[in-house]
Design a protein. Structure first.
Length: 242
């Protein structure tokens, strides 16, 4: 999994790329071919979860893509990719570390997902281009982000019942960039944001559909476990990227 030749290598290049791509984000439901309604991928849809794990000491990153049936939550297909870390750690620029491996893992699937759920942010990002939005613009896929923390944004605690939510807002502008969503009664919320071609109501509804039994959606749970196993295997066998 070689890093793309034109991939940004400096903070300035990465910032410029985010500013270039940000206007391309579609922060609303987008009706696709054969879809019965905007935001509804229709019957037989498949939802992918993607996640990454790092070993900075060995300059390794492992990405996983897991396809689920959103109705049964059964795993339909899964794939991994292991390679070199593509970018240094800089808050707000994590997509540049993760995307090359994520793109390779998605490309290894034999079927194209109708929606991709990222373990991270979409519009809930200082420049409105977190991993979910960046991935959506690059691939054209519908995406959304489900994060474990609110990053730099403000929110009030949602009510205790499952399904309760409150706005996630930018303190500098007051803009709603996502929602704090209670997926389990009495358990701390997750932070849902639009990625690309997906509206916020749809993103929240989909997150709740995928998180019926645990705080995190099943897409994230499966992808997290799979990428960690792939990283462990790579360290044990000495597997590295070209």
């Amino acid at each position: 999994m070689p890093i793309p030749a034109d991939w940004p290598t400096t903070e300035a290049e990465a910032l410029a790329e985010q500013e270039r791509l940000r206007p391309l984000v579609q922060a609303h439901d987008d009706k696709g071919p054969g879809d019965p309604a905007p935001g509804d991928p229709g019957p037989d849809a498949l939802v992918a979860g993607v996640d990454v794990a790092y070993d900075d000491d060995h300059d390794l990153v492992a990405a996983a893509a897991v396809l689920l049936d959103p109705d049964t939550l059964a795993v339909v297909e899964q794939a991994t990719a292991v390679g070199r870390i593509a970018f240094p750690y800089v808050p707000g620029l994590l997509a540049f570390r993760e995307l090359p491996a994520v793109l390779d893992a998605l490309a290894a699937l034999t079927r194209t997902p109708d929606l991709v759920v990222c373990d991270g942010y979409g519009l809930a990002h200082p420049r409105r281009l977190g991993l979910a939005s960046h991935l959506g613009v690059l691939t054209g896929l519908r995406t959304l982000g489900v994060a474990k923390t609110p990053f730099t944004f403000d929110h009030h605690e949602p009510d205790a019942p499952r399904g309760s939510w409150t706005p996630l807002t930018d303190p500098a502008t007051g803009e709603e960039v996502g929602r704090a969503v209670r997926t389990r009664e009495g358990v701390k919320p997750v932070f849902v944001s639009v990625g690309h071609r997906t509206g916020l109501d749809t993103a929240v509804r989909t997150t709740l559909q995928l998180a019926r039994h645990y705080r995190l959606p099943e897409t994230t749970r499966h992808a997290d476990s799979l990428c960690r196993r792939a990283l462990t295997d790579a360290r044990r066998t000495g597997t590295t990227a070209n």
